[in-house]
Design a protein around this ligand. Structure first.
Ligand SMILES: Nc1ncnc2c1ncn2[C@@H]1O[C@H](COP(=O)(O)OP(=O)(O)OP(=O)(O)O)[C@@H](O)[C@H]1O
Ligand SMILES: [Mg+2]
Length: 230
């Protein structure tokens, strides 16, 4: 067994996951340290999203170990895992993750409300995150009334509002043009670094990976460290 890298926040060892006859992960290993930004690269279908979903406790691997903060994720109950996701993890996906009926400030406040924070306090914190992502003027608008890039900024604000220790982002700029995508990445990494949150970022694009501290490449369900420092 691979020893846990010293001081790692989350470590995954030898993950396997198949969907029927299709192997999605075939011995992938991974670790991230507190405050570190790691980019996960690799061709389409190589297993990047599956790896991210396993690390985040959304998908259970068929075998392998995932340790987060000294706890084995794969043996937690569903209720324990969802509690952990609500308190310790943040998520940003490619698109479509805002609730259309809620305003932007209500969307950002939602994770706090689910954790039991009172409405007024939740919306105060949400407003300050919208300001950090430079979209405070959109607070009262609904997702249908804003642009894709603005929506991603709101989604980033929502993912950080609970002060997660670990932020998972799957192609967070995939639907944006390069100028917008670059700005969202700048704001995401700046905000995460400011909050000392670690980031696991799936991306196809080298220019997005350039915002990371370290890159790993997934190929045919196996991960490999690029082993170079920036
Ligand atoms: N829910 C599922 N049911 C069946 N097969 C799946 C499922 N999710 C993923 N797969 C398969 O597992 C493999 C890995 O998929 P995954 O989504 O992890 O790739 P990816 O690297 O994220 O690709 P992309 O860059 O296109 O998003 C692929 O062969 C895919 O078809
Ligand atoms: Mg994917």
């Amino acid at each position: 067994m691979t020893p846990t890298p010293a001081g790692a926040l989350l470590t995954a060892t030898d993950l396997h996951k198949a969907y029927g006859p299709t192997p999605a992960l075939d011995g992938a290993s991974f670790s991230v340290h507190p405050g570190e930004v790691v980019a996960v690269m690799g061709p389409s279908g190589s297993g990047k999203s599956t790896l991210l979903h396993c690390l985040a406790g959304i998908v259970t691997p068929d075998s392998g170990s995932i340790t987060y903060d000294g706890r084995e994720l794969t043996t937690l109950s569903d209720a324990e895992r969802s509690a952990l996701r609500r308190t310790d993890f943040g998520f940003v996906f490619q698109f479509g993750q805002l609730v259309p009926e809620l305003t932007c400030v209500e969307n950002v406040a939602l994770p706090l409300r689910l954790n039991g924070t009172k409405r007024k306090e939740a919306e105060r914190q949400a407003a300050s995150w919208l300001a950090r992502l430079e979209v405070d003027d959109l607070a009262a608008k609904r997702p249908g009334e804003i642009s894709g890039g603005q929506g991603q900024r709101v989604a980033v604000a929502r993912s950080l509002v609970t002060n997660p220790r670990l932020l998972f982002a799957d192609e967070p700029t995939g639907a944006l043009d390069s100028l917008n995508g670059e700005r969202v990445m700048e704001l995401l990494t700046e905000a995460a670094r400011g909050a000392n949150a670690a980031v696991v970022l799936v991306t196809h694009e080298a220019r997005v990976a350039a915002y990371s501290d370290r890159e790993i490449v997934v190929r045919d369900g196996k991960s490999r460290d690029m082993e170079f420092a920036r």
